[in-house]
Design a protein around this ligand. Sequence first.
Ligand SMILES: *Cc1c(COP(=O)(O)O)cnc(C)c1O
Length: 403
Amino acid sequence: MDNQLLVSLTEKYGSPLYVYDTEKISSQYNRIINSFATVKSLKINYAVKANSNLSILKFFKKLKSGIDTVSIQEVLLGLKAGFDPSSIIFTPNGVSLKEIEEVSKLGVQINIDNISILEQFGHLYPSVPVCVRINPHIMAGGNRKISVGHIDSKFGISIYQVPLIKRIVQNTGMRINGVHMHTGSDILDIDVFLAATEILFNAAKEFENLDFIDFGSGFKVPYTEGDISTNIEELGEKLSERFNEFCKEYGKELTLMFEPGKFLVSESGQFLAHVNVVKQTTSTVFASIDSGFNHLIRPMFYDSYHQIDNISNAEGRERYYSVVGYICETDTFASNRRISEIREGDVLRFKNAGAYCFSMASNYNSRFRPAEVLVYNGGDYLVRTQENFEDLIKNQILIDFND
Ligand SMILES: *Cc1c(COP(=O)(O)O)cnc(C)c1O
């Protein structure tokens, strides 16, 4: 999107501001669809936790995507956005049996990731088919914090426990209708991912009545010019062929599922903030913006990189800055970053702000969470207003100490 337009959006809707481009969302969605064109039955379930704005969800519905949810509240958001329960899959970790029962009663596909709940659920509802989340013990990504397939990960049922799953199925009479894996974010190497899919295919052979195999996500997006990203076209070519071959062996046309979050929305989003103060210290030039980790925590939480551009002075001479927030904690977005000359009042644009940015925002320092704008068909639409003081205090109960 054009710099001038982005600056004008901050004038129209206030600052800081999240802006999402639906065109980027649909092009990423279609990249996956096209990469797996030879698979007869393909279902993409967008991972709601990446960005749970209702209008974004509704846009995914328009694209004919399903959704992947991790809490009953995300399921309710999906229903509110118009999804049919049959287009929703529930893939939680460590939630109560009660929550799983409630979601199941809504008609949503359940994905169970531990033996204890599988056994209890199977005894109570043997006629409800469930999917099992398998941990193939493969680390697809580099960052341990966002890799969930390794040996001491809390996610999934170990691949070595497939015999135990089978015993539970036999004892309860329940049906396993899907097998699932999610090895975590940032697939750096397609061959490692394909090795994990082989492990899942092997597990799939152990269950007779499957309807689908869900390969999760972890597709990496580029954060800088020339950064590595998952080559979805290559993955599509290799995995489609292997999947079709597996279906033949298995004797049934299964549905291939994915549940990407970041891949679908990360690059669609931009975060815009104003520079409040430019401050020189003995060693650094700080640019302090009207935001902090209350609005965008990824750089502080897992060292993620967001490209930052000064869109008010794009042609200015480049200098080195530390971009920091206004929170009374260390909240460094970027250190020693080359950015075109920053003046107080300029608008900085953060890229890759569509996934795990607003959805992780908080009210720390009693700040309001920002507004969100969706750009669709050349128009801009406010899809969430900035919070106000009433929002901050609405659940608080002020007690009277004059007893
Ligand atoms: C978070 C999550 C995803 C999405 O991961 P991305 O890296 O955003 O694509 C998919 N599946 C499950 C089970 C998740 O928890």
